[in-house]
Unconditional design. Structure first.
Length: 134
C-alpha cells in the first residue's frame, strides 16, 4: 500500500496484487482419507512444481501465492504411490480482476492440459494423461 500526498491531503492507494489464489475441490477423484492426497501447482513454462498443498477434510484445496501472469496446471497427487491422478488447467491469474480462481474442480477426463506439460518435457504427466479442462 502506498501513501500519496497531494495538496496537503493524504490518501491511500492500493498496490496491484503480485500473487493470487487458486482453490477448489478434488472430491470427485480423491477418496477418504483425503490426507493421502495433495495438490501441486506446476508451471507450464518451466515444468517446475511451484507449490504443494494437502487436501482439506472435504477434499478442498487452496493454493496461495500463485504468481500472476504465468500459466499453471493443478495436479492431484496420490501420496502413497507418488502418482498424478488428474491434471486441471492451465490457469493464468492476472491483475487486477483475475487474481483469484475459485471453484476449480479436479475431474479426470480427456483434455489437452497434459499435452502442454508433455511439450514442456514432463514424462511423469505423459505416463498418466487422465485430465480435463475447466
Amino acid at each position: 500500500m502506498a501513501v500519496l500526498a497531494a495538496g496537503g491531503a493524504t490518501t491511500l492507494a492500493q498496490q496491484p496484487a503480485a500473487t493470487g489464489v487458486i482453490s477448489g475441490t478434488a472430491a470427485k477423484e480423491a477418496s477418504p482419507p483425503y490426507e493421502e492426497y495433495r495438490v501441486q501447482l506446476r508451471s507450464v513454462a518451466t515444468g517446475t512444481v511451484v507449490s504443494t498443498q494437502s487436501l482439506g477434510a472435504n477434499a478442498t484445496f487452496t493454493v496461495p501465492n500463485v504468481p500472476l501472469g504465468q500459466a499453471h496446471v493443478v495436479e492431484l497427487v496420490n501420496i502413497a504411490s507418488n502418482t498424478i491422478v488428474c491434471t486441471e488447467g492451465p490457469y493464468t491469474l492476472r491483475a487486477p480482476n483475475q487474481v483469484n480462481r475459485t471453484g476449480v474442480r479436479i475431474e479426470c477426463g480427456t483434455s489437452s492440459a497434459w499435452l502442454l506439460l508433455a511439450a514442456a518435457g514432463l514424462p511423469a504427466v505423459v505416463a498418466n494423461p487422465r485430465s480435463s479442462d475447466r
